[in-house]
Design a protein around this ligand. Structure first.
Ligand code: FMN
Length: 145
C-alpha cells in the first residue's frame, strides 16, 4: 500500500493539529499513514514511505531545531522522486515551512507547493485545508507509483 510518513514537531500543539488533519485527509483517500512526533522518529520511519510530510512551527524566525536536525539527517537517504510536503503553524513571519520545503527540494523530492502555513490555532477552514493537503499527497503518490 502507498505510504505517507508524517513527522512533526510542535510546542503548543498547533502544528500537531495540522498533522492530524493531514493524516485524516490522506487516510480518507485510501493511503497508509505513519505519523510520529520528531522526538520519537528516526530516518528509518521515512525510508519505506513514498511520501513524506514534515511539520514545524516557526520559532525565532526558523524551524524547530529538532525538526531541522531530523531533516538534515534525511540527506543520508535516497529521497529523489518521492513526494514531499512541508507544513507548520506560525505567529507572524512563518519561515519554518519554507525552510523545510527548500531542504526537501534539495534532496530531489517532488515537493508540493506552496507549503502549508497556518496562523496560530487551526480553525475549521485551516483544518479543511490540511485535509485537502492529505488528499493531494495521496493523489500525487498514486501518480508516481
Ligand atoms: C518564543 C517564541 C518565538 C516565536 N517566534 C516566532 C517567529 O519568529 N515567527 C513566527 O511566525 N511565529 C513565532 N512564534 C509563534 C509560533 O510560531 C506560534 O505560536 C505557533 O502557533 C506555535 O505552533 P505550535 O503550537 O505547533 O508550537 C513564536 C512563539 C514563541 C513562543
Amino acid at each position: 500500500m502507498a505510504k505517507l510518513a508524517i513527522i512533526y514537531g510542535t510546542g503548543f500543539g498547533n502544528t500537531g493539529i495540522m498533522a492530524k488533519a493531514i493524516e485524516e485527509g490522506a487516510r480518507g483517500a485510501g493511503i497508509d499513514v505513519i505519523m510520529k512526533k520528531v522526538e520519537e522518529a528516526s530516518p528509518a520511519d521515512v525510508e519505506k514511505a513514498g511520501a513524506i510530510a514534515i511539520g514545524s512551527p516557526t520559532y525565532k524566525g526558523a524551524g524547530m531545531p529538532t525538526v531541522i536536525k531530523y531533516v538534515e539527517n534525511l540527506s543520508k537517504l535516497s529521497l529523489k522522486g518521492k513526494v514531499g510536503a512541508a507544513f507548520g503553524s506560525y505567529g507572524w513571519s512563518g519561515e519554518a515551512a519554507g525552510v523545510i520545503s527548500k531542504m526537501l527540494k534539495g534532496y530531489g523530492m517532488d515537493v508540493i507547493e506552496p507549503d502549508l502555513r497556518i496562523k496560530r490555532i487551526p480553525e475549521a477552514e485551516g483544518i479543511g485545508t490540511c485535509k485537502e493537503l492529505g488528499k493531494l499527497i495521496a493523489k500525487r503518490l498514486r501518480n508516481v507509483l
